[in-house]
Design a binder for this molecule. Structure first.
Ligand code: ZN
Length: 244
């Protein structure tokens, strides 16, 4: 099985199409949430992911889109985009988002948006939170998102509390599990924040126990135009060009 893992698509259909084309024939598509919010195509990304049979979990933006109080914690632009999303999504989109669970076990992975300790909100950005969350996993490995930065964290299988190692991953980088516990963040398809504009995702090869990080160029200008045309905050278009 080769599995494409996507996160934080954020209603960016142009980026999602580029990533799915880049992934080619895979056996499954998994996601770690924030399918909508910020971007201009919530119905389009949900329809495309549903057609691809994607399975995954709910992010804070997905929860807000179906009426959750998460919106109260959003900054100004995120809130404006979420109010637009709520007003514009189709009933089928809302139903698909409402069905997403907070966490899900697939193969020997736990999928969450933020972290195993706080599936909705925690940003795993440092060694300590990665170590605590690897220790909290009820499966050998974990997949998460939320930070929009592609990172591979690896811990010791025989001692989950031992120091873990994490690195921001780059294009084509392949990591082998080597019996270690993996806690992987594919970054973001629709609003990358690693310092470059390319969409990011990972492909997990179940037999080889390897994961490959991939960066995919897409037509940023088209998504930016859609954001302006929809009347969404211009900052949400501008940041896509720099990946911040
Ligand atoms: Zn997000």
């Amino acid at each position: 099985m080769r599995i494409a893992v996507l996160s934080d698509v954020h209603s960016n259909l142009v980026a999602l199409e580029a990533v799915l084309a880049h992934a080619g024939a895979v056996d499954a598509v998994w996601h770690t949430g924030d399918i909508v919010g910020y971007g201009p195509d919530p119905d389009g990304v949900v329809a495309r992911l549903a057609a691809a049979g994607a399975i995954g979990v709910r992010g804070n933006h997905d929860a807000a889109a179906v009426g959750g109080r998460e919106i109260e914690s959003f900054n100004r632009e995120a809130r404006q985009a979420m109010e637009w999303t709520r007003a514009n999504i189709a009933p089928e989109t809302k139903a698909w988002l409402a069905d997403l669970p907070q966490r899900r076990t697939l193969d020997d992975f736990t999928l969450v948006h933020g972290s195993p300790l706080d599936p909705t909100w925690e940003y795993v950005t440092d060694e300590r939170s990665a170590r605590e969350n690897i220790a909290a996993l009820e499966t050998p490995h974990g997949l998460h998102g939320h930070t929009h930065v592609p990172v591979a964290w690896f811990g010791r299988a025989d001692d989950p509390k031992a120091r873990v190692h994490g690195e921001v991953a780059t294009d084509g980088e392949r990591r082998t599990f080597d019996g270690r516990r993996a806690f992987l963040n594919p970054g973001s398809v629709g609003q990358p924040r690693y310092g470059g504009p390319e969409a990011t995702y990972i492909v997990f090869d179940e037999a080889a126990r390897t994961v490959e990080f991939r960066l995919v160029p897409y037509d940023v200008d088209t998504t930016q135009e859609k954001i302006y045309d929809a009347g969404l905050p211009p900052y949400l278009a501008e940041r896509l060009a720099v990946g911040q």
